[in-house]
Ligand binder design. Structure first.
Ligand code: OTD
Ligand code: ZN
Ligand code: ZN
Length: 354
């Protein structure tokens, strides 16, 4: 039985770090483990220009604990007014690694997103030319489409036509939640990949709704039925380089989660690696964990894998995580996977600054 595993230091290819006191409070949970993360630009107001991304990058850098190393990989929030030259300048300077497409209204702070997809064609052409990937929140927002079907309908109505129109565009389907997403990602060729969250490998929609409503399991895209969770698990542990980790760790304080109209988002940054080791062990696929967390993502983004290492040790006693992170912007509840993971993740000593 494997009780110890050393892998390349992981990266998080989809992360919400927020700003101000929340940023300061939650960033160490990520930088304690992850070498890099693709930083989501859905601040209020969103990160839309090169100048916005530079300023946000500086604020993130300033919040990294002195004894952690961490590289934020910035993104721009695509709007119908995005200027292709500004975007290219941000990419050429190395500041941004991707651009984020939110259909307007699809998720938290997405009101500035895209309504008319024909308006973004020139930007997408430029991105295809320069090889800058598009990260996609893949849900339609039409009120007549059931919330559990919005991902599958998005693939048919938006993603497939968009990719047909921009054949050289590199696309990441973010936080896929369905078998439809898995199947589409598998057949999409080398310009297509998909991220999978930790929580979507662990919960299904019953966990949110059966036996009382659980706001801390509510996120978007919402977790689907069990057959979809199983398809996501199979994809994650398959070792296929089309799939990699994007936690979508999305903190909201408890006041904003536990109310009549609670925010979407699950905070998993702090216990993701422990949870994933448990999941991969359950699937008898610990040997595929490194591909999912540390190799497939850099490969798609044309970046080197991290040189540092992380060691995961299965201990006799379960690993204890705080139930909440206390921040200057309120308390953030940590994802409860519903099992006790005995896996404890630590960076190999020489990965720290000092
Ligand atoms: N989903 N919450 C948030 C974003 C994501 O769709 C997402 O990327 C958030 O709070 O920013 C969520 O449930
Ligand atoms: Zn999203
Ligand atoms: Zn997200």
């Amino acid at each position: 039985m494997t009780t110890q595993l050393t892998i390349r230091r992981p990266d998080d290819w989809h992360l919400h770090l927020r700003d101000g006191e929340m940023l300061k409070g939650i960033l160490p949970s990520t930088s304690a483990h992850f070498g890099r993360a693709i930083i989501m630009p859905n601040l209020v107001p969103p990160v839309v220009t090169k100048a916005d991304a530079e300023a946000y990058h500086d604020r993130i850098r300033a919040a990294i604990p002195a004894d952690h190393t961490f590289e934020p990989l910035m993104t721009l929030y695509l709007t119908e007014d995005t200027n292709p030259d500004d975007l290219q300048a941000a990419a050429d300077s190395g500041l941004i690694k991707a651009v984020k497409l939110y259909p307007a209204g699809a998720t938290t702070n997405s009101q500035s997103g895209v309504r008319n997809f024909s308006k973004i064609a020139p930007v997408l052409e430029r991105m295809a030319e320069i090889g800058l990937p598009l990260c996609v929140h893949g849900e339609v927002t039409d009120s007549d489409v059931d919330i559990f079907d919005r991902e599958a309908v998005f693939i048919d109505r938006v993603l497939e036509p968009l990719r047909n129109h921009h054949k050289d565009l590199r696309v990441i389907m973010e936080h896929i939640t369905t078998k439809d997403g898995v199947d589409y990602a598998k057949q999409g060729g080398e310009n297509l990949a998909a991220t999978i969250t930790t929580h979507h490998l662990i919960i299904n929609r019953n966990d949110i709704l059966a036996g009382g409503i659980k706001p801390h399991f509510y996120c978007l895209p919402v977790a689907k039925r069990e057959e979809h969770r199983l398809a996501l698990r199979a994809a994650a542990v398959s070792g296929s380089d089309r799939f990699f980790l994007g936690t979508d760790s999305a903190p909201h304080n408890d006041d904003n989660k536990l109310c009549a109209c609670g925010c979407a988002g699950i905070f998993t940054a702090i216990n993701t690696m422990s949870c994933l080791a448990h999941v991969f062990e359950e699937e008898a696929a610990l040997d595929k964990l490194e591909a999912f967390t540390s190799l497939n993502g850099p490969k798609f983004y044309n970046l080197p894998a991290n040189s540092e290492r992380m060691t995961l040790i299965k201990r006799d006693k379960p690993t204890i995580f705080p139930k909440q992170i206390i921040t200057g912007a309120g308390n953030v509840t940590v994802f409860d996977p519903g099992f006790k993971s005995h896996w404890d993740a630590t960076l190999t000593a020489d990965c720290r600054n000092n």
